[in-house]
Ligand binder design. Sequence first.
Ligand code: NAD
Length: 332
Amino acid sequence: MKIAFFNTKQYDRRFFDTANAEHGHSISYLEPRLTAETARLAQGHDAVCAFVNDSLDRQVLASLAADGVTLVALRSAGFNHVDVGAAREFGLAVVRVPAYSPHSVAEHTVGLILALDRRIHRAHARVREGNFALDGLLGRELRSRTAGVVGTGRIGAAVARILRGFGCRILAYDVHPDPEIEALGASYVPLDVLLAGSDIVTLHCPLTPETHHLIDARAISLMRTGAMLINTSRGALIDTPAVVEALKSGDLGSLGLDVYEEEADLFFEDLSDRVIQDDVFSRLLTFPNVIVTGHQAFFTEEALRAIAETTLANVSAFARGESLDEAVLLPD
Ligand code: NAD
């Protein structure tokens, strides 16, 4: 198939070119993000390949369909950015990569927890300045602390397993509890109980209308004073201004983010020569007890290889008219 590959970075080419040796698709690598303004670049292609910060709203999907595109192949697991109902209406199939390497995201999550707990980000900066003082770097052991895992699917389950290995007690919340997580010794509890009983709250549920701003001022008021909050799922799970207020008051002890509600205008680009216009984001960067990474939890050799292989296998299966089962997105 002829695939218009939006939002291309050098690393995408590397992994997709290698994987495409087995498939022989014709890939046009395009640098722009997919938006209403750039959608026409897909003219003459059968499929588009899109990432998490590409726009796949009704307007974009209508334009793609009018230009003869029949398949949207997401190179991501999350699909909150796709109007699946509109895609169906315009006769576009949408496929994704349901699982590539949950361990990549889980390990990054635990990396954020350890860095915040042991002040590794601050120690790194100090030592490079020749400052070897320990004041302000006092840490906490993970062993025996309580971690609340919100969403125990592939990634949340992997986080729970790693944290069990550290000796944490696990509280879990999910709309579909998993007996394997309970077998680990984790306890499923209502969300409010998890928030009230956890030293660390880590978010791994998808972004849906139900989970939008799951962590708002009310949720934070239930959390333990000084608790840690981690979000490597989707930015809009958190009401960021409410979290900023809680960090200022000290109610929230620390924050680790790999995702941010307004990340589309920031992440994946080198903006180091520019002034950041987002005041809420800029405020976050001023806290000593906040670490932000730019949506890199998935970014490992293993995950990029798996994403490229699965995405192109999805396109090939679609071209052969085969059923794509779990990879296909259907309207609710
Ligand atoms: P998954 O589908 O395997 O698991 C999601 C879990 O959330 C499921 O168990 C589901 O029952 C649960 N859930 C759904 N609605 C819920 C709700 N209202 N409350 C509580 N739990 C709910 O997905 P996954 O592969 O574990 O990925 C989780 C999320 O991680 C994705 O949706 C995506 O947004 C994010 N993600 C981030 C990165 C990154 O690089 N930062 C990479 C991949 C995925």
